[in-house]
Design a protein around this ligand. Sequence first.
Ligand code: ZN
Length: 238
Amino acid sequence: MATPLSASKFLAALRAEGVHVVQVGNWTTHNRNHKGAWGPVHGVMQHHTGPYSSEAAMVELCRTGYSGLPGPLCHGVIDRSGTVHLVGYGRANHAGSGDDDVLAAVIREDKKLPADNEANTDGNARFYGFEAINKGDGQAWPDAQVEAMVRASAALCRAHGWHAESVIAHKEWQPGKPDPAGVDMGKFRARVAERLKHPASWSPSTTKPPAPKPQPPTVEERLTALEKRVTALEKKES
Ligand SMILES: [Zn+2]
């Protein structure tokens, strides 16, 4: 349980984690707080947007919403190049109603989540939400986009002192939801956990250990090679 970060602390946490951020309109005050609770927060929820005409149009749709579901529809829209567009802050229409057993497991940071078979709990008050732009039809996930999803999740875990088990998918929360489709949340949480072992500035690509140097052949290997050459020579002579 935690009080939500202020908008400025939220922004600073993302930037410290190396996330490229674009601030859209009046995002810091654009929310649904007049319609319900915002906080205490317990975790981070990842989504995919579904079909889109252009990425810019999808960012705007997530900001304004549509009839029947007013925006913001998340806090950050993660585009396919990995830029996070901040469209709202506070209560947002992203998580909907989900399973109280899942929420309890997230609060305990259980390694295994129960099946999401109830829609009895308001998730919009409890989760930060990110919408990754993906059609959800098997469309590929660019590395830069997934890396941004991991970093955004880790940034909030780090800020709140949470572990990777505080990060869930919409599909793990609300019955019938498929998103983010094609993302293995076990592997995703493992990446968040790995990040949290390092400082926020950690960049996996630059901290990879150097490739091992080729080892010189062993005495056995050299003898075998010699034997082969001798055998070949003997064949030639006979
Ligand atoms: Zn969703």
